[in-house]
Design a protein around this ligand. Structure first.
Ligand code: TYD
Ligand code: MG
Length: 484
């Protein structure tokens, strides 16, 4: 257990911080007025009732954060180092990494945790961030990193309860319950860990900032201090940030540009699947996902997500289509479900879960104007099964197929996967990684793929590939396909 610092030690931390503080950050520049949105972090020079970036009302307030003041920055007393690119040693180029052994996490991190890096893990409250990070902390500690888990949300006793549930009571992780930034930094300076997890950044407060913990200014200053400290002391920091729709608490958005890696933990409440998604990664591919399942004993990684996402699929039914997608570097099959029903409203409903609603509007418009299939007077509901969010345009064709199938109330054969991007002209565009998609489909027992015209993938026996040029020919083909 950590021995929290007493008053005397605070002095030491303050001295350590003082030179930087004097130089630039934490200075309040009341004269050069700028305003910031507490919801999205957008800054502006003029106050208004509504944020022009995120559209939220009453979220703009005066920005008292990191500001030089226009034209007021003076020269510092030390010059920085500059090095010729060609002179960098491979040690500078290839960062040192530690694996957690949880493959789904290591892959999303780009091949393990990079030393002296800063990572943000964002997500809705209750989605499982603390659970994931406690499990990760235990594994990193096991693999040689001295790890401190600092919680401002739960008491150590509560964390121990969770650890017992996760079977991690023996883990050599140091726990701390602290929210004061100075005390946290003092602890880190004395304990010299390799990894610190701050759960959550919204609970940490700096006494040099007037506003309440969780406000934009506090979150900005504390995450800036923590990442700076981590970089200069060679330790890795993982910040947990809640995303709230209310916008009262500053979302982790403003932290995104300060850190090296941004991961979001997503999932639908009431569903056991959880997706860890990299949205920014200075040390690996962005858009990589890791799939987990929330169980009674914590999160379990899912190494074959396609099988899991399709596991709830029954017999072929109207409106259901299997899309062969790619998430990051990995193929992933998911079921797309559509429901089309006569609408009692003059403005029919369009509701989407797991896909982009603007994209749905586009597919509907192309079906109407290029293929003369009217959706006027119908409510349209679209759902990506399993709580996954997909952003690939390659899902267009699968969505169109699901909509047609739902409209006709007829099913597609169960052995078929569909993918392809639809352009506004109604033409179909080939998509990337066709071969990977087909291989994954074959692995899961599908024997037929409908996709845009392109070179036929050879070496895939038992996989019928049907290639279509445009949406109109796809639609006329579909009508002969349907099985009652
Ligand atoms: P938690 O990690 O506290 O979420 P966050 O830190 O993102 O707010 O997880 C919260 C939910 O996870 C909670 O509703 C209980 C559930 N849970 C399980 O289902 N199994 C478990 O083993 C654990 C620890 C939590
Ligand atoms: Mg938590």
């Amino acid at each position: 257990m950590i021995d929290w610092p007493n008053q005397g030690r605070r002095h030491l931390v303050f001295k350590m911080l003082a030179p930087e503080a004097k130089n630039w950050h934490l200075t309040t520049m009341a004269k050069s007025k700028s305003y910031v949105c507490s919801s999205c972090g957008h800054t502006t020079t003029k106050w208004s009732g509504r944020c022009e970036a995120c559209g939220k009302w009453n979220s703009i307030s005066q920005d008292k954060g990191l500001s030089f003041g226009a034209g007021k920055a003076s020269l510092g007393n030390a010059r920085g180092t500059v090095v010729e690119l060609s002179r960098l040693s491979s040690k500078d180029v290839l960062p040192e990494r530690t694996l957690s052994g949880i493959e789904e996490l290591d892959r999303v991190l780009g091949g393990g945790l990079v030393s002296a890096s800063a990572t943000l893990v964002g997500g809705d409250p209750g989605i499982g961030k603390s659970t994931l990070l406690l499990q990760a902390a235990a594994r990193f500690a096991q693999n040689g990193l001295k790890t401190i888990y600092i919680s401002g949300e739960e008491a150590s006793a509560q964390i121990r309860l969770r650890a017992r549930r996760l079977g991690l009571l023996e883990a050599s992780v140091l726990l701390g319950a602290e929210t004061n930034l100075r005390n946290i930094l003092t602890t880190l300076a004395e304990e010299k860990p390799n990894l610190v997890i701050i759960d959550s950044i919204q609970t940490v407060w700096a006494d040099s900032v007037e506003s309440a913990p969780g406000s934009v200014n506090q979150v900005r200053v504390t995450s800036h201090e923590l990442t700076n400290f981590a970089k200069s002391h060679g330790l890795s920091v993982i910040l947990v940030g809640h995303v709230t729709k209310e916008g009262q608490i500053a979302g982790p958005r403003i932290v995104e540009h300060m850190v090296d890696t941004v991961l979001y933990f997503e999932g639908e409440r009431g569903h056991q699947f959880r997706i860890l998604r990299a949205v920014k990664n200075r040390f690996g591919p962005a858009d990589e996902i890791g799939v987990f399942e929330m169980t009674g004993q914590g999160l379990r990684q899912v190494t074959n997500p396609s099988a899991l996402f399709l596991s709830e699929r029954g017999e072929p039914s109207p409106g259901s289509v299997v899309f062969a997608g790619i998430e990051g570097t990995r193929p992933l099959l998911v079921e797309i479900q559509a429901l089309v029903s006569a609408s009692p409203h003059s403005q029919p409903r369009r509701a989407v879960i797991g896909w982009d609603s603007a994209r749905l509007a586009m597919v509907l418009a192309v079906l109407e104007s290029r293929c003369a299939i009217p959706f006027k007077g119908y409510d349209v509901y679209l759902n990506v099964a399993g709580g996954l969010k997909i952003s690939e345009p390659a899902a267009d064709l699968a969505v169109a197929a699901a909509l047609l199938s739902a409209l006709q109330n007829l099913s597609l054969p169960g052995d078929t996967v569909i993918f392809g991007e639809i352009s506004l002209s109604g033409a179909l565009r080939p998509v990337n990684q066709t071969e990977n998609r087909l291989k994954e489909a074959k692995k899961l027992g599908f024997s037929r793929a409908i996709a845009p015209t392109q070179e036929k993938q050879t070496g895939l026996k038992d996989m019928r590939q049907e290639r279509v040029v445009d949406l109109a020919s796809f639609v006329s083909g579909m009508f002969q396909e349907f099985v009652p």
